[in-house]
Design a protein around this ligand. Sequence first.
Ligand SMILES: [Zn+2]
Length: 445
Amino acid sequence: MTAKLLAYATYLPRYRLARAAIGAALTGAPRGSGARTVAGHDEDAVSMAVAATRALGAGIGDADNLYFATTSPPLLDKSCSLIVHAATGMHGRVFALDLTGLRSGFGALSVAAGTGGVAVLADLRTGRPGSAEESDGGDGAAAFLFGSGDAVAEVIGSVSVPLEVMDAWRAPGTGYALLGEDRLVHHVLARAVREIVAEAGTPVTALVSTLNRRLASSLRASIGAAGGADVQDAHRENTGYCGAADLGLLLAGALDTAKAGDTILVVSAGGGADALLLRVLKDGRRSPDRVGQEIGYHQYLTWRGALGREPARRPARPAVAPAPALRNSAWKYGLAGSQCSACAKVYLPPARVCACGAVDQARPFSVAGLTGTVVTQAADGVSDSPAPPATAALVDFGTTGRLLLELTDVPPAGIADGAEVEMTFRRTYVLDGVPNYFWKARPKR
Ligand SMILES: [Zn+2]
């Protein structure tokens, strides 16, 4: 392990589905406590990875590697990490790699700790309607920047106990995981965690990420660490198990409340067990709790494509056009317009010729990280959006120009003209399963 942890950030979607709402819809009995996070209809693992990575701050500009872990890649064959790379403004010689499977979150963290760079873990968990996987699952992302410099924590050890066991698996092309027999899985994973503790010792704080909530809790307790129970319990209650991103969200939660000098053991239990031991170098600064917006079970099912609703009768959208997407990559993925070197005028989208007469004298100017204000807006109640109405807004960036953007994460009361908005990378629509991405505006968090 050579690199230290310089920064970390998490992204949780705005929406929450109360577990009681699932029970009430399916059985008439509102059982279950807490809520799970639900990605918006225009979010997926890539868009959440972009949000978490950008939240790491300017340090990502020096990173040479980008490891993207998920079990729900929106595209196969093509590397989704390349989309994350293009949308986060990292430099042009980054090595970007996709990792998959529930152990990939640990994998991305472990590899980034060795080579330096960004590990971003983002995932959505769905599960069959009525299953524990559905109600205990959650959606979210966590990103970590490793390198040299002023560090938050350092990795001081790593132990893996790989075991070929059918504990959770999913056939390619299917949406739901199949799970092994409880007692067998508990027995095998508990043994693997014991082996890890025998080697790593007992840390100050321990966290265990595994599909089954009760098992995660009992494995954590078996480690004998004083800290971590509150972070892990709150995560399972208010967010849910986030697949490949789960380990990262737990680690971020522990770092938020850690004291310098603490040791944190994060264990990914599944297919054996894998663990990282970290030493905290700086006291944590708890990030403020965000207020979520509750949605109904029918909305969740619709957004997940599990409820075949009558589509809006609108003309079909065009398929993703590879050549213009490549030509306008800086604009489409980086929301980078151009600024004239001669007169400083900004063009959104970029322009080669400036009104001052200068030709090809522009430099890229990204508004992705800027805050704007809503000038005026129009709602389209018969749009093909899965969450109508779709609202288009003219957003003013002060001296830098104006841009027509779709609004997203709109609260039930709407967004007032004059309100501050920030830019967010989202899916605009999906055609034949292929997502198209661009930037939208959302209320400033
Ligand atoms: Zn000019």
